[in-house]
Ligand binder design. Structure first.
Ligand code: PLP
Length: 400
């Protein structure tokens, strides 16, 4: 037997979402549909290249800048633009106590934040919603934390279990870390209501919890400002606040890996100290971020016509998702009138927690080549005018 240190390495379990995509890719059925992914598709089933991105790239081609190393914390113009977009004119911004570090997507932002928090607060534990984006657990466990859950979703009402959530949050030990989805909760599509956010903030303050706000879908629920409102409320009310944002979805720049981590601190001087430590984390991970994605986003956000174009394109994505929700609900309802599918209309963002069981998801796959993950989470923008009725037929058939 081999004595190599690799000889006993175990095969890791397959990522459940990527596993679905592999099975989908291998399926020869021309009618196959992948509802398992977390990506926005247009009505032709393509991942769009936004016009604002094309225009920014044209400008960048006309005025090429050297591909030198970026500063460890990223392109300064990008970091400034992120702060303005996410925090608006929050008092903490005016008081110059918010720092931003360009990151490799929202995932990279969470990773930098998790590593930093582990360094400064190794005894703390982390709480994520039940359920949550699976990578939240993996990222914080990977940083060395014990990860726990707080109540969130109520299967019976297919909505938020607000009472249980608030009671659960109130029991978290003081100074623990709590991860919150600012909008478009993944995987449920069920968001915290504004009046409940006020209670969440009170609890966070009273217990001196460290909130990590994950905002990967700003602009996909009600609009950029409305979706960012909760981040501003936190910034007004407490410090520290950690905010991980992503442009993967809102700019359709998945592969560019572009996001940021911002931290609201108590003073400019504290911000400088925190930034210096975050830079150490980045330096020891990947040294400094890549140039292209940050330049695109900074160019679009700083050029008024491109910014307006982006907001229009983002609005079109948001509205198309809503129209697909409506089309799916109406189409399923027409085929299965006794089944109340209307809750799907109340969900926000890319995802719908459809209520389909693991068995029903299996029947969608076997009988119709429709691929979803076992939790029943569906990616709504994978629906389009050409396939929504086929999906509704299939759902109606498996729920009967
Ligand atoms: C809740 C949540 N946070 C963070 C991310 C990470 O996004 P990115 O692809 O920018 O790393 C995602 C992506 O699916 C997400 O759903």
């Amino acid at each position: 037997m081999s004595t190599s240190i690799l000889a006993r390495v175990e095969l890791a379990p397959r990522d459940p979402i990527l596993g679905v995509t592999e099975a989908y890719n291998a399926d020869p059925n021309p009618k196959k549909i992948n509802l398992g992914v977390g990506v926005y598709y247009d009505d032709k089933g393509k991942v769009p290249v936004l016009e604002c991105v094309r225009s920014a790239e044209r400008l960048m081609l006309e005025h090429p800048s050297p591909r030198n190393y970026l500063p460890i914390d990223g392109l300064p113009a990008y970091d400034r633009a992120v702060r303005a977009l996410v925090f608006g004119d929050a008092r903490a911004i005016r008081e110059e106590r918010v720092l931003t570090v360009q990151a490799l997507g929202g995932t990279g932002a969470l990773k930098i934040g998790a590593d930093f928090l582990r360094r400064i607060n190794p005894g703390a534990q982390v709480w994520i919603s039940d359920p949550s984006w699976e990578n939240h657990r993996a990222l914080f466990e990977g940083a060395g934390f014990q990860v726990n859950t707080y109540p969130y979703y109520a299967t019976a009402t297919r909505g938020l279990d607000g009472k249980a959530m608030l009671a659960g949050l109130a029991e978290i030990p003081a100074r623990a870390i709590v991860v919150l989805h600012a909008c478009c909760h993944n995987p449920t599509g069920v968001d915290i209501e504004p009046e409940q956010w006020a209670r969440v903030i009170e609890i966070v303050k009273a217990r001196e919890l460290v909130p990590v706000l994950d905002i990967a879908y700003q602009g996909f629920a009600d609009g950029l400002d409305a979706d960012g409102a909760v981040v501003r409320q936190f910034a007004e009310a407490c410090a520290p606040v950690f905010v991980a944002n992503s442009f993967s979805k809102s700019f359709s720049l998945y592969g560019e890996r572009i996001g940021a981590l911002s931290v609201v601190t108590e003073s400019t001087e504290e911000a400088a100290r925190v930034l210096s430590q975050l830079k150490r984390v980045v330096r020891a991970n990947y040294s400094n971020p890549p140039t292209h994605g940050g330049q695109i986003v900074a160019t679009v956000l700083a050029t008024p016509e491109l910014r307006a174009l982006w907001e229009r394109e983002l609005g079109e994505m948001r509205e198309r998702i809503k129209s697909m929700r409506r089309a799916l609900v109406e189409s399923v309802q027409a085929r299965a009138p006794k089944f109340d599918f209307s809750f799907v209309m109340r969900q926000r963002g890319l995802f719908s927690y459809s209520g389909l069981t693991k068995d029903q998801v299996g029947r969608l796959r076997e009988g119709f080549s429709i691929y979803a993950i076992d939790s029943g989470r569906l990616c709504v923008p994978a629906l389009n005018s050409g396939n929504v009725d086929y999906v509704a037929d299939a759902i109606a058939s498996v729920i009967r």
